[in-house]
Ligand binder design. Structure first.
Ligand SMILES: O=C(O)CCC(=O)C(=O)O
Length: 297
């Protein structure tokens, strides 16, 4: 496998638990993904009466919602909490009120599939030591102007638990992400601290519950600001604490993120995201016949 990252970059990723790689994707590819995300949002948006609100502020309104719990094999639309006025009406066109699309665009939509599977990404995964990378989930995060919600401090391992830990976030800035529109922040070296929580399905598999493993919160006084220009790739170790503020600006902050796990690790069957009928695949580009335009779900 040819290398993409330099040794210095790999060392920085191992030291910090994150790595910012500017200019990883071209402007053209970012804009094509952006356009496709807007099309999917219009195609798949449910009526406001059936809306599932996604919150990442520590109070998960979506936790017991079947539309959310079965979205690991689908393209689903999740609304922002602040998209609704006091009377429960949407403040804008429905597709402009979304928090995110999730969680299988990379397997069900050809544009997302080809963005997600490139020789460069395969090389990065190999450079950071992934043996058999498998693309578990994808999210297109809108962080819409003024209503884009906060993402509180968390680790991805909390939600996508493998034994041993293996999840890595591949986060792409589709718009410029700045302190003004809610860029990410991460705790350098925080991946060496014990993971604080595990989120899993309850016994009935009808909702998620959170096990607190370490009560002490992460120290958040030395966060690194991960401002990122369009086309930047941010790699996140599954145990690195990270967060983003609400977008109170009038600028959108679209981002796309893939979470990959290692096939040599065990993925737990009480993780919220299950894919019983859609086997995971790696970063190798698809043959055209495997991915057809997603019109279902
Ligand atoms: O885009 C964001 O603001 C947060 C993304 C995130 O937490 C993730 O991709 O794991």
């Amino acid at each position: 496998m040819p290398r993409y990252l330099t040794e210095k970059q790999v060392t920085a990723f191992q030291r910090d638990g994150f790595l910012v790689v500017p200019d990883f994707v071209s402007e053209e590819h970012c804009l094509a993904l952006r356009e496709r995300a807007m099309q999917l949002a219009e195609q798949h948006v449910p009526s406001p009466e059936q809306a599932t609100i996604f919150t990442a502020d520590g109070k998960p309104l979506h936790a017991g919602d079947d539309y959310f719990l079965s979205s690991g094999e689908a393209i689903r639309c999740f609304f922002e909490k602040d998209a609704f006025d006091a009377a429960g009406h949407l403040r804008d066109d429905a597709h402009l009120c979304l928090n995110k699309l999730g969680h299988a665009m990379h397997d069900l939509d050809p544009v997302f599939d080809s963005f997600s599977r490139t020789p460069q990404l395969a090389a990065v995964a190999s450079d950071i030591g992934m043996i058999e990378p498998l693309l578990l989930q994808s999210m297109y995060i809108f962080k819409q102007p003024r209503i884009g919600g906060e993402v509180t401090c968390h680790t991805d391992h909390t939600y996508l638990w493998t034994e041993p830990r293996s999840v890595v976030g591949f986060w792409f800035a589709i718009d410029d992400a700045t302190t003004e529109n809610g860029c990410m922040w991460a705790l350098p070296g925080g991946h060496r601290l014990p993971v604080r929580e595990r989120s899993r399905l309850n016994e009935a598999r009808t909702s998620t519950v959170t096990d607190v493993l370490v009560a002490e919160p992460y120290p958040l006084d030395s966060l690194a600001c991960l401002e990122a220009k369009r086309g930047t790739l941010v790699l996140l170790d599954g145990a690195v604490p990270h967060l983003s503020a609400a977008n109170n600006s009038d600028k959108p902050r679209h981002a796309y993120t893939i979470h990959a796990i290692d096939g040599v690790a065990s993925y737990l069957d009480d993780n919220w995201l299950q894919r019983p009928t859609l086997p995971m695949r790696g970063f190798a580009p698809s043959t055209t016949s495997r991915v057809t335009s997603a019109t279902q779900n």
